[in-house]
Design a protein around this ligand. Sequence first.
Ligand code: BGC
Length: 712
Amino acid sequence: MEGSIQTLKYRAEEILEAMTLDEKLGMIHGNELFKTKGIPRLGIPPLVMSDGPMGVRAEFHPTKWITVGNTDDYVSYLPCNSAVAATWNRNLASRTGSVLGSEARGRRKDVILAPGINLKRSPLCGRNFEYFSEDPYLTSELATEYVKGVQRWDVAACLKHFALNHQETARLEVDEEIDDEVLRGLYLQVYKDVIDNANPYSIMVAYNKVNGEYCSQSKYLLNDILRKEWGYEGFVVSDWGAVHDTVEAAEADIDCEMSVTDDFDNYKFAEPLKEKILSGEVDEALIDKKVIRILILMLRLNMLDEDVMIRKDAAYNSFAARQDCLDIARGSVVLLKNEDSVLPLGRYNIKSKRILMIGENANRIHSNGGGSAEIKALYEISPLMGLSSRIGGAAEVTYLRGYASTLVENATPNGTNWQALSLEDGGGKTAEAEECENSVDEISPDAENGERVWKNISQYRKYLREEALAAVDDYDYVIFVGGLNHDIDSEGIDRRNIDLPYEQNELLEALLYKRPDTIVAMIGGGAVDMTRWLDKCKALIWMYYNGMEGGNALAEVILGDINPCGHLPETFYCKAEDSSALSVGDFGDEKLVHYREGFHIGYRHIYKEKIPVQFPFGYGISYSEFEIADPSYNTGRHAVRGKLLNKSGEDGAEIIQVYRLPDDIHDYLELVGFDKVYLRANSEIEFEVTVRDTIGVGKYAVGFNSADLIEI
Ligand code: BGC
């Protein structure tokens, strides 16, 4: 029931009157790992939450971090938010949200803990794959549609992590020191835009501190900015274990405390808060405010009384959801290089041919990793499966591992759930620890059978490399699939650098020397350094963790069944230190991080300092050839107009990007408009891209990426 907020408030106040103090307290803290307490005598159900951005997470035991293990919680596995951002397509963002919302509703969840809308300030943040982009406008535009998509199903979306949760290193206590103007004008503005445009019903408060105060008890962030200035009336929940002080959090405008431990009565908002209220130290009226906001949420979701009859029904694992996953995955594949038209292979050309796929990521499942974003996927099409299942009858597809992250292929995570220990170690180990583990002497499982014995992983990698290199001449086509995985792109871990791991560089250098026509496909959550072999590589495809249909989308691009149209939502730096976070500001400190770079993050810094990159923000090519003609700025319509020409024989889609050039008011390049346009072969169309409101009128430029622009 989405009545006026005042009507909802009156109704909530009436319900509140009948409640005892214990009942109120039960509603404002976890009583299970993902659930609060309901009040059956008043017909109030518990509030049920679940992660996360790539699908609805598996069902957990109420008090332990073990999954229940039934067969009814396999779900659609969606492309990660970076993949959604690579589509630059509002409609696909809306479909992502809608699948997530309907599956959450189907799984009987009330709040889905997504989307993550922190900006990719540093390329090293382990959770970057969960975030959309380094750009605030691209993020807020897509997150807006995503949130509306979720909430269409009477499920609350939850913007996270408010605010500045940009690193995983020491995430539970690190202090992010930032100038107020930058805090508000850049990072908080993304939240404000999504709140204004999509009315997300909930927000999650981050673990870290901002300017010395824990976000979870920051009166500045929560009471002053979020509630008073922005008038936000939604539900504010802590990240799991982010609340530290009973009185301060009670006084801050946070409504619910969740955590990872099972001593629910000891949560700050449980017995400790009751004592403070009974002793008069905390005013019960503060608790009432929180309960009222939770009741408003429940009313909005039609969870109370006879409203339940009109609450939306929804299903999970529908065929339609799988089609959505495929369409989103298709839209997000980014073609980065295609010299000599190596791609696409073309179905006719591969008939009766031999194709060799090399690289662990061709055969690896990613859905089960990443931290709280892990998914129990109904299925996940790997690149090997995608290609083989499409052309198995026509061509022979052979797989060789080529490089290895571990000695065991497709190792499943071990028994202990990282989240149970997350308050002690921040939720994971460092990438450094991971790397060391891999380099200690290990014995292959084959050793006992008297077969191969590897002294260490490097020796094993050398073997795999040589095996692959020896084979390549026997094949008509060679496709390499590598990159990162969720041992590296993960909650609780930051990357130490953007190096390509597992000796993939050594393999690729040799491979491209022998077979310069090798098609290289990279999978990951953010940039990897490819400079050692980039100029030798003719065909390069980038794909973020791309959901259950990711392998199919990749195969379709390689074969030419579809024309790729994704563009990078972030800068692919040559090295991490080229980013402003690591050069002007700092990143990864355990105590204090300075945002000295101010507004100049991502491509803004690159443009100003003229730093060479591997690929600029917004970059992506296709099998078509597009051109912009006669661009002009129309003041009345506040839009950039022009002609888009497809000068090739291939139907395709292009993303028209409008940037405001630096001037005296803003001294940085800024994305202010974009649209995806589909265009038939050898044709042209008039376009009009609306420019977002910026302070004052600027000078604009238009193009297909941030580095190659036509000034207007
Ligand atoms: C993560 C959140 C997640 C929560 C619940 C925390 O570790 O930071 O993003 O929603 O756990 O699983």
